[in-house]
Design a protein around this ligand. Structure first.
Ligand code: ATP
Ligand code: MG
Length: 423
């Protein structure tokens, strides 16, 4: 026997029994996005490596250690499997002129790739649903994307998620804070871990984002960005909070929430859960007014978020929420060659009037066929045997619901119209 070949670590198959949860999520989220007037955009999975280095930031975890970057051996191009969607979305918008004198509310969904240590809620190929809004500098869109997510939790039936909020201010405010922060951190070089030392001068905000218990007190007492915010940034943040208050959405201000990507300014947020262990962030995002210009476009304010679909599906499971069953309408059973041939055609005629129909393939006794019919969850069984063929009739049996067990015999001529009226 030939040796089997395994899938790649951290890159999962979604098996047929899991797919209904994915489709449930996709169905609900499409309706949800339409309710807010968002249009879908589909970008390629592979982009130029340079896009992520410039867009996500050279000194981020993603670019430093998580990217699937490679050289195309056929033409030497430096390429990367996208680790996130924002940079590619901005690239596409600039390239196709989608930001000239117009605003955009966009979404996308698909696989992202990061070379991380695989564990529950952390994969190397995972799926994100991302939303990006371009062209609005006002706090209303920050509030819109945040409260949209609260609405999605409601639509999916999820409860218990926490909203964490912070403001990172604008470039000059961040620069002033950064200088103070570096000074402060220099006093702690001795206790900083390796990551901390490395980031001190490249990405000092991330030093505070540490999970190392030994560094908690140092992080707690560090200069806070909130003390460096100017009037405009403060007013913007107040504007976001006022709209969330009006919508009755509770939030926790987390002054240490900085996000792992370089491009954020002003509002940043995370929706988190305590039900998934260490991988508790389900959706995260914020404002990134500088990115479009940084990637070569005309200045254009923007807000967005990314949501981890695998984590969301784990949370659905943790809360015992499952997709409403997608049972077929009719399961067709038959016995005998002539009946089977008729039944095969009847199944197709019922599908033509919009019913979901499973034709029992492969023959077998009536008993075993009925067992399959019951397992399928179908509402009706259509039964055709030699007797029915002789009389030009068919039997319809109710398999679920209040009329379970009831049967009626109808003429074959009437079969389609009877099912039309049952629909
Ligand atoms: P984390 O702190 O968990 O590494 P992150 O800050 O790197 O998250 P983002 O880049 O903001 O995450 O991505 C948005 C969302 O995508 C996350 O909140 C999470 O739900 C999901 N996500 C990120 N990385 C992974 C991964 N490796 N596997 C599964 N989901 C992920
Ligand atoms: Mg990460």
């Amino acid at each position: 026997m030939a040796q089997t070949i395994q899938g790649i670590r951290g890159m999962n198959d979604v098996l047929p029994q899991e797919v209904s949860q994915w489709q449930f999520f996709e169905r609900v989220s499409r309706e949800w996005l339409a309710a807010y007037g968002y249009s879908q955009i589909r970008m390629p999975i592979v982009e130029s490596t340079h896009l992520f280095v410039r867009g996500v930031g050279e000194h981020t975890d993603i670019v430093e250690k998580e990217m699937y970057a490679f050289e195309d051996r056929l033409n030497g191009e430096k390429l990367t499997l996208r680790p996130e969607g924002t940079a590619g979305c901005v690239r596409a918008c600039i390239e196709h002129g989608l930001l000239y004198n117009q605003t955009q509310r966009l979404w996308y969904m698909g696989p992202m790739f990061r070379h991380e240590r695989p564990q529950k809620g952390r994969l190397r190929q995972f799926n994100q649903l991302g939303v990006e809004v371009f062209g609005f500098a006002t706090p209303d869109v920050d509030a819109e994307v945040i409260l949209m997510l609260a609405d999605l939790w409601r639509r999916l039936g999820l409860t218990g998620l926490t909203l964490e909020l912070n403001s990172l201010g604008d470039t000059s405010e961040r620069a002033a804070h950064r200088a103070e922060l570096i000074k402060y951190l220099e006093g702690y070089v001795d206790i900083l871990d390796e990551d901390g030392k490395r980031r001190l001068y490249t990405n000092p905000l991330r030093v505070l984002d540490t999970k190392n218990p030994a560094l908690q007190e140092m992080a707690e007492n560090a200069p806070r960005l909130s003390d460096f915010l100017g009037e405009e940034s403060k007013a913007h943040f107040e504007g976001v909070k006022a709209l969330l208050d009006d919508a009755g959405i509770a939030y926790v201000i987390n002054p240490r929430l900085v996000r792992g990507l370089d491009y954020y300014n002003r509002t940043v947020f995370e929706w988190t859960t305590t039900e998934l262990g260490a991988q508790g962030t389900v959706a995260a995002g914020g404002r990134y007014d500088g990115l479009v210009e940084q990637l070569g476009g005309k200045p254009c304010p923007a807000v967005g978020f990314g949501m981890g679909i695998e984590r969301l599906i784990l949370l659905l499971e943790a809360q015992n929420i499952s997709a409403p069953p997608q049972a077929p309408d009719v399961y067709v059973v038959s016995q005998g060659d002539v009946a089977a041939r008729y039944a095969f055609g009847a199944a197709q005629r019922l599908r033509a009037i919009g019913l979901n129909v499973i034709y029992h393939a492969g023959g077998g006794s009536f008993k075993s066929q009925f067992k399959k019919a019951d397992q399928s969850g179908a509402r009706y069984a259509l039964i055709i045997g030699d007797g029915e063929m002789e009389n030009q009739t068919a039997n319809i049996k109710v398999l679920t619901g209040e009329q379970k067990g009831e049967q009626q015999t109808v003429s074959q001529d009437q079969l389609v119209s009877v099912f039309s009226s049952l629909k």
